[in-house]
Ligand binder design. Structure first.
Ligand code: PRX
Length: 613
C-alpha cells in the first residue's frame, strides 16, 4: 500500500491527523476534533460503552430507541424472540411482535404534526439535465402520499398485497413507496415496464383526495421485498418488516452520518437498491432530514457534476459507491477542486471493498483532508449498516470498515466453524439478530435457512470473507465464492485488485480465477485504464511486477486483459461470475438481467486473452 500523502503533515495545513499504527500498513486517521466536538458519539471510548450495552442488553438498548417513535400499541410481549440455530428448529426473528405502528406515519405525519417540520424541505430533486430541479417539503410529501394511497386503495389494493413500482429517480417514486407502506401493501421496485397491467401516474392522481388514514400494522408485518442484485446467481426476494427495519435504518442514519437538523444529505444510490430504500427514503425521512435526490449520472454534462451539485445544495454529508469514486478518479483532481465543497463534513462509501488508493483520493481530494470517511459494510439482507466507522469516534484505516454498529456482534470463523480470536481471517458471521435483519426469502423460507444459517449453525453467515487485524479492525476481503485458490493458496479478489489499482495507469480492476493444469487455478485480470494511458506488453509486465511485490509471486497473474468497461449490476457491483465465464469463453452466462450495460460483455468476449502472457 502506498503511503498516504498526508504523512507527516499536521496542524494548519491538514486537520486530518495520522497516527502510525502497528504493523506498517495499519495507518489510521483520527476523527477531526471539530467533527467529534458536536458528534452524537464523540469518542472511541463512548462508542465502546454504547456498543457493549447494545449487544449485552439488546432489548433495553433498542427499547429506549423505540420510545422515540409512534406506536398505536406499544410492544405487549417479549421485545425480541429468535432462533439462529437450524439444529434447534425453524429460523425466526421477531422484534416487537404485537406492537402496532405505521412506518409512513412515523416518517411523515409524526414529522409534520409532532415535530413541526411541515415546511422543511424533504428532497431537493435535481434532474439529469442541469437546470431541471424541483423541491418537496414534508407537508407536500405527506399530501402526495395520502393522494397516492387513495389511488392505490381505489385500485383495490389492500394490506398484504404486493405492488410493483417502475419509476425513475424522481420524488414520485418515494411517494409511491410510502403510499404502499401507508396502506400496508408491500412495495417491490422492478426494472421493466409491464404493458397492459401498469398504469400512468398523472391519470390516477387527478382526482385523489389528500387525506388518508394509515393502515395500522404489526411491527412484524412485511414492509417490502427487494431482489438482491444477482451478482452471484438467481436473485432472491429479501423480505424486511415494518418495526425492526424502521428502528434500524433511523438509528444507523443518525449515528453513521452523525446527522444534525441543519444537514443536507445526499446518497447517490438508486432507490431501487437497498441503499436507496434505507438511505434515500426511510432513514433520512425518519430523522426529518433534507436530502438531495439526483436523477442523473456523475459524468453528465461533465465529470464535475457531483461537486457542482454539492455546492448548489450545500451538501454536508455525501454517500456513494467505490465504483463512482474510481470512475471519477480517472479524470484527475481538477474537476473536483474547481468546486468549493466547503460544506462537506462526512463522506461515505458502500457496496464493495474500497481499495485504499480510492479511499485516499476520496479523502485527500474530495474531502480536502478534513472529512471522515465512513466505509459502511452491509447487505440487502441486513437492512442497514453492520460494520462502519462513526465520524466523531472511530480512527479510520483506508480500506477497513472498522468496527460493528450498535447491536451487531461479528465473529470470524474458520472452515470448521470455530470462532477465531484476535488477528484472524475467515468467514464473517453475526452471532445475534439486529432489528434490521431480513426475516425470510419471499415464498421460500427454506432457501433463507439454507443460504444464511445452514453452513454454521447458530450464526448468520454473510458469505463474505474477512480479516481482523491486530487492532481489532475488520477488513472485508470479498465474497467467499469469489476467493481464488492458486496452488492451494487462498487469495482474495479485493487484495489483488487493490494492488492493480495502485498502478497509476489503472482506474479499475477485476480479478477472477481461471482453470490451470498445474496450479488448479490461476489469475485472470481485467483492467480499465485511466484516461491517457495505453495498454501494452510493458504495462502488463509492470502490473505483474507490482502484484509480485505487493502480495507475492504466488499471485502473479497469467492473463491481463484490457477492459474499457466491466459488467456491473445497476448498483455498480462488478459481476465476477460473468467475468469468469468470459475468461473461459463460456457463453452460457445464466441470469444477466441485472447487468447495467450488456454491451461491455460482447466487447470483452471478443478481446479475450488467448495465451498466457
Ligand atoms: O460483499 C459485500 C459487499 O456487497 C455485498 C452486499 O451487496 P448488496 O446486497 O447488493 O448490498 C449492497 C449495499 C449494502 C456484501 O456482502 N459490500 C457492501 N458494502 C461493502 C462491501 N464490501 C466491502 N466493503 C463494504 N463497505
Amino acid at each position: 500500500m502506498g503511503l498516504p500523502e498526508e504523512r507527516g503533515r499536521s496542524g494548519s495545513g491538514s486537520r486530518a491527523q495520522e497516527e502510525a499504527g502497528a504493523g506498517g500498513q495499519a495507518r489510521s486517521w483520527s476523527p477531526p476534533p471539530e467533527v467529534s466536538r458536536s458528534a452524537h458519539v464523540p469518542s472511541l471510548q463512548r462508542y465502546r460503552e454504547l456498543h457493549r450495552r447494545s449487544v449485552e442488553e439488546p432489548r433495553e438498548f433498542w427499547g429506549d430507541i423505540a420510545k422515540e417513535f409512534y406506536w398505536k400499541t406499544p410492544c405487549p410481549g417479549p421485545f425480541l424472540r429468535y432462533n439462529f440455530d437450524v439444529t434447534k428448529g425453524k429460523i425466526f426473528i421477531e422484534w416487537m411482535k404485537g406492537a402496532i405502528t405505521n412506518i409512513c406515519y412515523n416518517v411523515l405525519d409524526r414529522n409534520v404534526h409532532e415535530k413541526k417540520l411541515g415546511d422543511k424541505v424533504a428532497f431537493y430533486w435535481e434532474g439529469n439535465e442541469p437546470g431541471e430541479t424541483t423541491q418537496i417539503t414534508y407537508h407536500e410529501l405527506l399530501v402526495q402520499v395520502c393522494q397516492f394511497s387513495n389511488v392505490l386503495r381505489k385500485q383495490g389494493i389492500q394490506k398484504g398485497d404486493r405492488v410493483a413500482i417502475y419509476m425513475p429517480m424522481i420524488p414520485e417514486l418515494v411517494v409511491a413507496m410510502l403510499a404502499c407502506a401507508r396502506i400496508g401493501a408491500l412495495h417491490s421496485i422492478v426494472i421493466s415496464w409491464n404493458q397492459g397491467i401498469d398504469l400512468w401516474w398523472h391519470e390516477l392522481m387527478q382526482e385523489a383526495g389528500d387525506e388518508c388514514e394509515p393502515e395500522w400494522c404489526d411491527a412484524e408485518d412485511p414492509l417490502f421485498i427487494l431482489y438482491t442484485s444477482g451478482s452471484t446467481g438467481k436473485p432472491k426476494g429479501v423480505v424486511h418488516t415494518v418495526g425492526g427495519y424502521m428502528l434500524y435504518v433511523a438509528t444507523t442514519f443518525k449515528y453513521v452520518f452523525d446527522f444534525h437538523a441543519a444537514d443536507v444529505f445526499w446518497c447517490t444510490a438508486d432507490i431501487g437498491w437497498i441503499t436507496g430504500h434505507s438511505y434515500v427514503t426511510y432513514g433520512p425521512l425518519a430523522n426529518g432530514a433534507t436530502s438531495v435526490l439526483f436523477e442523473g449520472i456523475p459524468t453528465y454534462p461533465d465529470v464535475s457534476r457531483l461537486w457542482s451539485i454539492v455546492d448548489k445544495y450545500k451538501v454536508t454529508k455525501f454517500y456513494t459507491a467505490p465504483t463512482a469514486i474510481r470512475l471519477l478518479m480517472k479524470f484527475g483532481d481538477e474537476p473536483v477542486t474547481k468546486h468549493s465543497r466547503a460544506t462537506l463534513q462526512v463522506l461515505g462509501t458502500v457496496g464493495e471493498p474500497i481499495n485504499p488508493e480510492a479511499w485516499l483520493w476520496y479523502h485527500r481530494v474530495v474531502g480536502a483532508q478534513r472529512c471522515p470517511i465512513v466505509d459502511t459494510f452491509w447487505q440487502t439482507e441486513t437492512g442497514g449498516h453492520m460494520l462502519t466507522p462513526l465520524p466523531g469516534a472511530t480512527p479510520m484505516k483506508p480500506g477497513s470498515a472498522t468496527f460493528p454498529f450498535f447491536g451487531v456482534a461479528p465473529a470470524i470463523l474458520n472452515e470448521s466453524g470455530e470462532e477465531l480470536e484476535g488477528e484472524a481471517e475467515g468467514y464473517l458471521v453475526f452471532k445475534q439478530p439486529w432489528p434490521g435483519i431480513m426475516r425470510t426469502v419471499y415464498g421460500n423460507h427454506e432457501r433463507f435457512e439454507t443460504t444464511y444459517f445452514k453452513k454454521f449453525p447458530g450464526y448468520y453467515v454473510t458469505g463474505d470473507g474477512c480479516r481482523r487485524d491486530q487492532d481489532g479492525y475488520y477488513w472485508i476481503t470479498g465474497r467467499i465464492d469469489d476467493m481464488l485458490n492458486v496452488s492451494g493458496h487462498l487469495l482474495s479478489t479485493a487484495e489483488v485488485e487493490s494492488a492493480l489499482v495502485e498502478h497509476e495507469a489503472v482506474a479499475e480492476a477485476a480479478v477472477v480465477g481461471h482453470p490451470h493444469p498445474v496450479k488448479g487455478e490461476c489469475l485472470y485480470c481485467f483492467v480499465t485504464l485511466c484516461d491517457g494511458h495505453n495498454f501494452s506488453p510493458k504495462l502488463t509486465e509492470e502490473l505483474k511486477k507490482q502484484i509480485r511485490e505487493k502480495i507475492g509471486p504466488i499471485a502473479t497473474p497469467d492473463y491481463i486483459q484490457n477492459a474499457p468497461g466491466l459488467p456491473k449490476t445497476r448498483s455498480g457491483k462488478i459481476m465476477r461470475r460473468v467475468l469468469r465465464k468470459i475468461a473461459q469463453n463460456d457463453h452460457d452466462l445464466g441470469d444477466t438481467s441485472t447487468v447495467a450495460d450488456p454491451s461491455v460483455i460482447s466487447h470483452l468476449f471478443s478481446h479475450r486473452c488467448l495465451t498466457i502472457q
